[in-house]
Design a protein. Structure first.
Length: 175
């Protein structure tokens, strides 16, 4: 399988991120999973539009592409969001992982998670964490388990239930 290329994101990528979020919202709603992000396109919610603009201009965005076509996006940080239970060691946190519905089934999410592991190793970090929505039919929880992550604690943001995952890297895990 051909892997996408990865490039640094820029502020002008806010539009492509919004398109990815809008596509994901529609896809999730079609499958009865609107508990994750609702059913209103992000591009129609001014607060979410501002949030996405911040993601694009924050200097941490990476965009995966197939021949110039946006396939996914990744943001990594060593400072997880405040609502995530803290750890007592250095970590690399997957703050954003989203794929374009146009490229579903091409391994984009796996590619981006593998990049997170490589980047953690490059920084001398042994712990990669990520969170996701834990509601609905549990598909996202199963996805991250299938990607080699181990569920740790659950958390709540209002009525929204999330699951934190970790991947503890060994010296031989990634190059």
């Amino acid at each position: 399988m051909t892997h996408p290329t990865l490039r640094p994101g820029v502020a002008d990528d806010a539009g492509l991120l919004l398109a990815m979020f809008d596509g994901a919202v529609a896809w999730l709603a079609e499958r009865g999973r609107d508990g994750q992000w609702g059913s209103t396109p992000w591009s129609q919610d001014p607060k979410r539009v501002e949030r996405v603009k911040g993601m694009a201009s924050g200097g941490k965005l990476l965009v995966a592409e197939f021949d110039g076509s946006p396939a996914g996006a990744l943001i990594l940080t060593e400072q997880p969001p405040a609502h995530i239970p803290p750890v007592t060691e250095r970590e690399l946190y997957v703050d954003l992982l989203i794929t374009s519905r146009e490229h579903t089934g091409r391994g984009v999410g796996s590619f981006l998670l593998d990049h997170a592991r490589v980047e953690a190793r490059r920084r001398g970090i042994d712990l990669v964490r990520v969170d996701c929505w834990a509601g609905g039919d549990g598909a996202l929880v199963r996805y991250y388990r299938g990607q080699g992550f181990t569920p740790t604690e659950r958390f709540h943001v209002g009525d929204w239930v999330g699951q934190v995952f970790e991947d503890r890297l060994d010296a031989g895990d990634v190059g």
